[in-house]
Design a protein around this ligand. Structure first.
Ligand code: GUN
Length: 300
């Protein structure tokens, strides 16, 4: 059998970004203000600094206004909540992203709860979590949905078309990835199994699955002989491991080389799901701006 088709997340993310830029242009030409994205970083974690900078830069490239808030690591929860209240009240801001993880002295749940659900472009507010958890099959996503899971569902629909009736297994039950992925796949009429650290016989469940989504942070956990021939494998894992040349390289949660000859589709790491996250953040910000302007959202 031929090797699996590579799902090119980098190319899909680039095309989504072009669609967002066109949407921004349409909105502004219609007389609305530029969509505004506020990013908030507390502390100086180097990886978080890189992520926040790339989000602000991409927002500007797509024609949005970007507001970058950097707060010292000693910032109190009350100070952060005061900033969020200001951003909630500011009509120039459609999306608020508080970069996680927050320093330990700040209660993350309280901070996420303080963000206006309409501006919650991460989809982490309990109101938006609840909306996704109670959505009817095929109902429109007229509220913000977490970016990485949204990216996973877009890539699967692009690769496979209709997902109706397919068996999907989601490995990993995190609130940020696994659970929202499962909800999105249910909405698309998959039959969804959620596997986690206490699940019996993950390989056997995988062998019955047309779609395998893995997000557990364990390098090459999913093996080639777990995969039903022709299945689609979506690898959300990003693990940095030592490389032969003394440097490091990125590997996913799936054993790519073993799966390639068996699967029908597979996402590479890097270049698969990764680029979709920030593209979906831009998509969510545009959607929030369209709703703020009284316009319908565009289909995800
Ligand atoms: N930290 C790592 N990933 C994310 C994300 O998607 N959103 C936020 N706010 N912080 C993160």
């Amino acid at each position: 059998m031929a090797d699996a088709k590579l799902i090119d997340g980098k190319a899909f993310a680039a095309s989504l970004q072009r669609r967002v830029a066109a949407g921004v242009m349409e909105l502004v030409t219609g007389g609305a203000p530029k969509p505004g994205l506020a990013t908030v970083l507390v502390g100086a974690d180097p990886a978080s600094q890189v992520y926040v900078r790339s989000k602000g830069k991409l927002a500007a490239e797509l024609g949005m206004a970007s507001f970058d808030h950097r707060l010292g690591v000693e910032t109190t929860e009350a100070q952060l909540l005061a900033l969020i209240a200001t951003l909630n009240a500011d009509p120039a801001i459609n999306g608020i992203l508080v970069q996680l993880p927050l320093p330990r002295h700040i209660d993350t749940a309280r901070v996420l709860l303080a963000i206006d659900p309409a501006k919650d472009v991460d989809g982490f507010h309990p109101i938006n979590v609840g909306r996704l958890g109670s959505i009817a099959a095929g109902a429109p996503l007229d509220f913000p949905v977490p970016c990485t899971p949204l990216g996973v569902s877009m890539l699967l629909q692009d690769a496979l078309g209709s997902l109706a009736g397919l068996n999907a297994i989601v490995i990993g039950r995190s609130t940020l990835v696994g659970r929202p992925v499962a909800q999105l796949l249910l909405r698309l009429d998959c039959t969804v199994t959620m596997a986690h650290s206490r699940t019996r016989d993950v390989p056997g469940l995988c062998r019955q699955s047309d779609i395998v989504v893995v997000a557990i942070g364990r390098q090459e956990f999913v093996r080639g002989d777990w995969i039903k021939p022709g299945a689609a494998v979506i690898d959300v894992g990003i693990n940095r491991v030592p490389a032969a040349d003394g440097k490091t390289r990125l590997v996913g949660d799936a054993a790519f080389g073993e799966i390639l000859p068996v699967a029908g589709h597979i996402t590479p790491v890097p270049g698969g799901v990764g680029p979709m996250t920030v593209a979906c953040l831009m998509f969510n910000t545009l959607q929030a701006a369209r709703r703020a302007a009284g316009l319908a959202v565009t289909a995800a």
